[in-house]
Design a protein around this ligand. Structure first.
Ligand code: ADP
Ligand code: MG
Length: 262
């Protein structure tokens, strides 16, 4: 197994003098790369999934996303923290699914592994349905490896931070992606927000899909309505003429029969 200091943020050695950054990186290493996670990273490196983890793109309570370098370009590596707390913020349908998957008495680690696998499976399903998402390339324990969404080594910004030159075009494209998600993949994203849509060369890329829900689930319709309401408000602020109802209908809401919609 490669030594962690060889694989994690190797460029920090070159940043002599940038103590603040170095301290930050060390903190991230301590927080995310515990021994079992390092073992998983080592295995992925040995399998050739990537060579090194370059730097954190995002670190949150539930996990972190890192840029990594592979032989043929970059990858995004998402690491879930092994912690029960991640399920505290998730809706009941998701916790129910995890418990069914690994058993009600499973420990936090097994639950988190199931969760990581779920994100991998859903991403694959979305790729097959031609929805624009990062293509997943590997999944081991609490580590998910996927296509890096970015340009020139820089991660694409989430919609909240992006400068949108043509909101109408982005809106229309997003509607197409969501429609495919419902009609071809049979899924509703269920946590759609301007944080979970990256903007790459003016086009939306959907991320953070682990909590997606099958369209035949009793709550699916309501969740698409909620996703639609969030986005309709957001796009109206950008000057797009839409409404929660219009966005819902356009992004797959017509999957549900009108009588169900009453
Ligand atoms: N495939 C990717 N390529 C580039 N950046 C990514 C990728 N996946 C996630 N990110 C970045 O990491 C952030 C957090 O990822 P996300 O999957 O939303 O995890 P979280 O559960 O922490 O919200 C995103 O907002 C985005 O900036
Ligand atoms: Mg997110």
């Amino acid at each position: 197994m490669p030594r962690p200091e060889e694989v994690l943020f190797p460029t920090r050695k070159e940043r002599v003098g940038d103590r603040r950054k170095e301290r930050q990186h060390r903190k991230v290493v301590d927080e995310f790369f515990d021994h079992p996670t390092l073992l998983a990273i080592g295995k992925l490196v040995n399998r050739g999934e990537f060579r090194e983890v370059d730097f954190p793109i995002s670190t949150g309570k539930e996990g972190g996303v890192f840029r990594a370098t592979a032989a043929d370009g970059y990858r995004a590596v998402k690491i879930y923290r092994i912690h029960n707390a991640i399920f505290r913020h998730l809706p009941p349908y998701v916790v129910e699914w995890v418990r069914q998957e690994v058993g009600a008495t499973a420990n936090a680690a097994r639950m988190v592994f199931a969760w990581t696998r779920r994100e991998h499976t859903i991403l694959s399903r979305l790729v097959a349905a031609d929805v624009r998402v990062p293509r997943p390339t590997a999944c081991l324990r609490n580590v998910l490896v996927m296509e890096f969404i970015g340009e020139d080594g820089l991660p694409a910004p989430p919609l909240v931070e992006a400068v949108v030159e043509d909101p109408q075009a982005l809106y229309a494209d997003l509607v197409v992606q969501l429609r495919r998600m419902v009609a071809s993949a049979g899924l509703v994203h269920a946590d759609l927000s301007p944080y979970n849509v990256l903007v790459l060369r003016g086009s939306p890329v959907l991320i953070d899909v682990a909590q997606a829900i099958p369209v035949d689930h009793p709550q699916a319709r309501e969740l698409l309505e909620r996703d639609a309401a969030t986005f309709a408000r957001y796009f109206r602020k950008l000057g797009v003429d839409t409404s929660p109802e219009a966005f819902f209908a356009a992004s797959g809401g017509d999957h549900w029969a009108p009588e169900e919609a009453a």
